[in-house]
Design a protein around this ligand. Sequence first.
Ligand SMILES: Cc1cc2nc3c(=O)[nH]c(=O)nc-3n(C[C@H](O)[C@H](O)[C@H](O)COP(=O)(O)OP(=O)(O)OC[C@H]3O[C@@H](n4cnc5c(N)ncnc54)[C@H](O)[C@@H]3O)c2cc1C
Length: 458
Amino acid sequence: MRRAVVLGASMAGLLAARVLSDHADEVLIIERDGSDVDDGPRPGAPQGSQVHALLPAGQLQLERWYPGFTEAAIAAGAVVPPPDGVRFYVEGVLRTAPPVPPTGQATTLVSTRPFLEAMVRHRTMAIGKIRLVVGRAEGLIFDGDRVTGARYVPEGADEIVTESADLVVDAMGRSSRLGDWLEENGWPRPPMLRMPIKLNYATALFRRDERISDVWVAVSTASADEARGKVARIGGFHVVEGDKWIMLVSGYDDDRPTRDVEDFTRRARAHFPTPFGDIAERAEMIGEVITYHQADSRRRDFHKLDRLPAGLVAAGDAVASFNPVYGQGMTSAALHASCLSAYLRSGPSPDAPARAYFEQVRVVVDAAWQTSTFSDLSLPHVDGPYPPAYKLTKWISDVVFAASMTDAAVNRRLDAVMTMRAHPNTLMRPGTVLRALWLSAVRGVARSRRSEVSPAAG
Ligand SMILES: Cc1cc2nc3c(=O)[nH]c(=O)nc-3n(C[C@H](O)[C@H](O)[C@H](O)COP(=O)(O)OP(=O)(O)OC[C@H]3O[C@@H](n4cnc5c(N)ncnc54)[C@H](O)[C@@H]3O)c2cc1C
């Protein structure tokens, strides 16, 4: 390719540009937000002030596209938590320690989102043939059955500028207007599937103090139980660069954490295990509590389009954006970049629509969607859309999940899925299901023995 144009310079856009630099003489990124990426959260990616976890699969991808990334991130301040400093709580109970990755595999790398994005931005922009202009993308240029460029308004200007391209990448995030642009030019918009989740986040930063807690990373999940008046809540905190903790408390539907510090502290103490309350009450808060609401998980199914122009792809949240509590977004963006690489390496015709790319992306989206929406269907306020064979799959998943609480082998397999290193269908393999069923039967026998013994003992 002579030139590729990428719309959006967040995680998906930067990773796509990195991949395109192997295939095009020139890559131009158009980004509306001219903020300095080293200055923390920026308006163009407002979710940046919230807790962001990079899953190990995402880290492996970053290492692939930017060799030495992990080492450089650690040198710049990213944190690798010690295994004994990590706590996972389910329904308030400490869960079996997560498996320690074998040497040479991705460790968990923790940082704030702006730190990570800045690292990716600097590494991408260090590639000579990639250029970034600040301006708002306003539309595409079409010629017959293909996209031949993009239009944008440079920052501070009124006039629209056009840029020609052999390939345009939409990486404008979940609110991308690509569908409108396609429709305005006589093409169908990709069908969008939404699952309303009504998620409410509140995040705060604290100065780390080992006298208050020696925990580096904690994640606590509690599911809803309407009969007992319990609501679903997820909380988490990590040590991040600069020796700080970043802490999230969340709720669903009308359970909305506010920006009020007292509300944050009360929730941390009342809804989550002890270290949450200890940090929120006793550590020094840096800055303010920042809230975020996400109404839905959504996916745009480009692979279903019967007409699609050549010269156009989409990546990252512009294709699919999930409930963020599962931490899949940045890793999905990185996997989409790998799909783009595989597609371009296959030598596709420049005049044919990128169907093979969207078919690969579909595998990534299906897997992430399956994991996140499946769990979200258990929320009382979420009533679909249900996948086929939902009840049976849910029953099997519940058995596997229960087994993972005590069994290291099942825990390892579940962890591979939750960290996006394995496809969720791997949990449905007979070896895993039979092991989980056997463990469930053993637990059942032990329970009935206990109940036979306890009256006598009492
Ligand atoms: C509260 C919250 C918490 C999250 N936590 C995690 C987590 O723990 N782990 C994880 O992996 N993911 C998490 N995510 C998801 C993650 O933030 C996204 O998946 C990721 O940022 C996707 O990147 P993107 O590049 O596709 O889109 P975005 O980050 O949304 O970026 C879109 C970019 O396009 C630019 N843009 C938009 N319109 C235009 C235009 N017209 N012209 C030019 N530029 C434009 C924007 O300025 C922006 O830079 C979270 C999301 C939220 C909301």
